[in-house]
Design a protein around this ligand. Structure first.
Ligand SMILES: [Zn+2]
Length: 383
């Protein structure tokens, strides 16, 4: 009992450089931790006691947490899951990595909500007007008129509907008519991209927060992180390919099939335990870079077919900006600049992975802007 009281008094959150190695304070705490473990059977694993955990330096990490020797201090090592979760609100060398992508996730969530609520209203109103003419003996009579962008009437239908299912059939037919006449184009490729970006950002954030828990957690979360990156790359192709080749289902199928199969293969390869080894950093970067670079083929194809269209040029500009951001991110990630120049100096802020995260968000945002241009283009023009 007495030892427990003493223990509570001496445990504090310490970074490894807050107390010199071998100082009386450090020695005392270690001894007490061992005593408590022996007496109560409690685990003193991962330098945690109760809900207090301490940060350690690179050389004290288990092998599975050693990813970057140029980041020297402020590591969480084998923390309990609850403490790892709560560490989102404390300072360590992953805090900024967690928050850059968590904030990015909420920004893209806001984009998705806006796309679902604001964008359809803007594009729908110039093209369609529906008027209910009456309700005679329980049957609805509906007049629908379809307009082109300049206000010319394209078609009108007047129908009497006996029940809701007929109305739904008519609505589907109307959507097809409207699409062929230059109405609202399918939204799913745009939403697929937004979901891909959100999944990538959320998995990355979770990985940075929780991979420190255990070797198993590290394996699982790193795979989810790789799957997230793959998902972002694959879904980035969807708006580009779907809207560019809206009138050519063959090329749509070829490009979408290619990137989806490549993505599945990349996820399969990333499941191999060897994939996360630090010395394979360049191989990982190269795999994701190659997948991204294959996007050049449909982009060049787009310029060949639609090179005289301002929408094609504008979207290509955004896609080039996205490529530049991602490429810079891959280079920073693989070279580990700037921390390799001054190891230990950028542990908390400014290290390569944080820069990589910001560049990923910038690239994803540029592609989102391209997606809006595609929607506007195909809504106005259809096929
Ligand atoms: Zn990351």
């Amino acid at each position: 009992m007495a030892s427990t009281v003493t223990l509570e008094k001496t445990t504090t959150i310490l970074s490894d450089d807050a107390g010199a190695v071998g100082s009386p304070k450090t020695t005392m705490r270690s001894r007490l931790l061992m005593k408590k473990g022996a007496a109560g059977g409690a685990k003193a694993k991962g330098r945690c006691c109760g809900h207090r955990c301490e940060l350690v330096s690179y050389d004290k990490l288990p092998e599975f947490l050693k990813h970057n020797e140029f980041i020297v201090h402020h590591y969480r090592s084998e923390w309990p899951i609850k403490e790892a979760l709560l560490s989102a609100f404390s300072i360590h060398n992953e805090t900024i990595n967690v928050w850059t992508h968590l904030i990015g996730f909420f920004v893209f969530l806001a984009f998705a909500v806006c796309a679902a609520t604001v964008v359809p209203a803007e594009y729908e109103s110039p093209h369609m007007a529906t008027t209910g003419l009456g309700n005679i003996t329980g049957n609805a009579v509906v007049l629908r008129s379809y307009y082109s962008a300049d206000g010319a009437i394209l078609a009108s239908t007047m129908k009497a509907f006996r029940n809701v299912s007929v109305v739904e059939t008519e609505t589907a037919t109307a959507a097809a008519v409207l699409s062929a006449a230059g109405g609202r184009v399918a939204r799913w490729p745009f939403y697929a991209y937004l979901c891909g970006a959100m999944f990538c950002l959320l998995m990355s954030s979770a990985c940075h927060l929780l991979a420190c828990h255990s070797e198993h957690a590290s394996y699982v979360f790193l795979r989810l992180d790789y799957a997230g990156i793959t998902g972002l790359i694959v879904t980035s192709f969807y708006p580009l390919v779907y809207y560019t080749f809206l009138c050519n289902p063959f090329y749509q199928a070829v490009y979408l099939g290619f990137i989806t199969v490549s993505g599945a293969a990349a996820v399969a390869v990333s499941l191999l335990p060897v994939f996360e080894r630090p010395e394979l950093r360049w191989a990982r970067a190269a795999l994701f870079a190659c997948m991204g670079m294959s996007g050049l083929v449909p982009i060049l194809h787009k310029l060949l077919v639609f090179g005289d269209r301002p929408e094609a040029l504008l979207t290509t500009g955004y896609e080039m900006a996205m490529g530049a951001f991602y490429l810079a991110g891959v280079v920073v990630y693989a070279t580990r600049v700037p921390e390799r120049w001054m190891p230990g100096r950028f542990d908390l802020a400014g290290h390569s992975h944080q820069l990589f995260h910001v560049l990923v968000i910038a690239g994803a945002y540029a592609h989102y802007l391209a997606g809006l241009v595609y929607l506007g283009w195909r809504d106005m023009e259809g096929c």
